[in-house]
Design a protein around this ligand. Structure first.
Ligand SMILES: Nc1ncnc2c1ncn2[C@@H]1O[C@H](COP(=O)(O)OP(=O)(O)O)[C@@H](O)[C@H]1O
Ligand SMILES: [Mg+2]
Length: 234
């Protein structure tokens, strides 16, 4: 399969201005290739750089040096280190989705609306109703029917997590960055969520997954990459 993402010699340094300009080298010479249809697991101790790597790819953080070549269907090969903000926003709208570890629950927006927004924000050319599909996703994930129209701010951790994941995958992104999607789920729900993320792969999507859960890693990943102090250990 063709590569979708090629990371070469990536470094990310944080400069802490309030600590006498102390430097933290969060990513140290990372090189990694992800192919179309591949699911890569990212593991490592807390503080090893996993979230920083995802945020550099999504361009929440600007990398210090190196390159992250993304082979876009619409823009062609694009280096996410040097791409313009305009290009980055276009890719987020069309192809790349980032699912953070925790849901940011917006007050007085029902669960089903939050999930449907994941589809509306994406230009997919779909013809079905976003609300209808959102409901289907949530019910399949085992969210009790009466909760689909309720406000997630008061939901349990596991219920919020399902809304978070459903929102990220409903538009079937071509490239998904997903941080700990199954951490607070029981085994049955975990397996359903894993199946639903894996269905993306059947359309050729690629996934970069952070997880500490052996079961999730074993079921989902074609390959696992370990980060140790900002370096790949593989
Ligand atoms: N915004 C930031 N500012 C300064 N330091 C940061 C920032 N984000 C992460 N770091 C530092 O980078 C290192 C890697 O953190 P992180 O990527 O969050 O690790 P992980 O996700 O593997 O737990 C840590 O030393 C952390 O303190
Ligand atoms: Mg993290």
């Amino acid at each position: 399969m063709k590569p979708i993402l090629e990371i070469e010699h990536l470094r990310k340094e944080f400069l802490l201005h309030n600590l006498r300009r102390k430097r933290i080298l969060a990513l140290d010479d990372i090189s990694l290739t992800i192919r179309e249809g591949e699911v890569i697991g990212l593991v490592g101790k807390s503080g090893s750089g996993k979230s920083t790597l995802m945020k550099c790819i999504y361009r929440t953080y600007l990398s210090s040096t190196g390159s992250i070549k993304y082979h876009s269907r619409t823009l062609g090969a694009t280096d996410l280190v040097t791409a313009t903000d305009h290009e980055v926003l276009a890719l987020r709208k069309l192809e790349i989705t980032y699912c953070p570890q925790f849901l940011i629950a917006i007050p007085r927006v029902p669960a089903v609306e939050i999930v449907a927004a994941g589809l509306r924000e994406r230009k997919t050319g779909h013809t079905f109703s976003p609300i209808h599909l959102a409901k289907e996703y949530l019910l399949r994930m085992g969210l009790p029917g009466e909760l689909t129209d309720a406000y997630p701010a008061t939901f349990s951790g596991g219920e919020q997590q399902r809304i978070n994941v459903a929102r990220a995958i409903i538009s079937q992104p071509r490239f998904l960055l997903i941080d700990e999607p199954t951490a607070s789920l029981d085994l049955q729900t975990k397996n359903t969520v894993i199946d639903m993320i894996l269905e993306l792969r059947e359309n050729g999507s690629s996934v970069l997954l952070i997880s500490h859960d052996e079961h999730t890693l074993h079921r989902m990943c074609d390959r696992v990459v370990e980060l140790v102090n900002g370096k790949t250990n593989s």
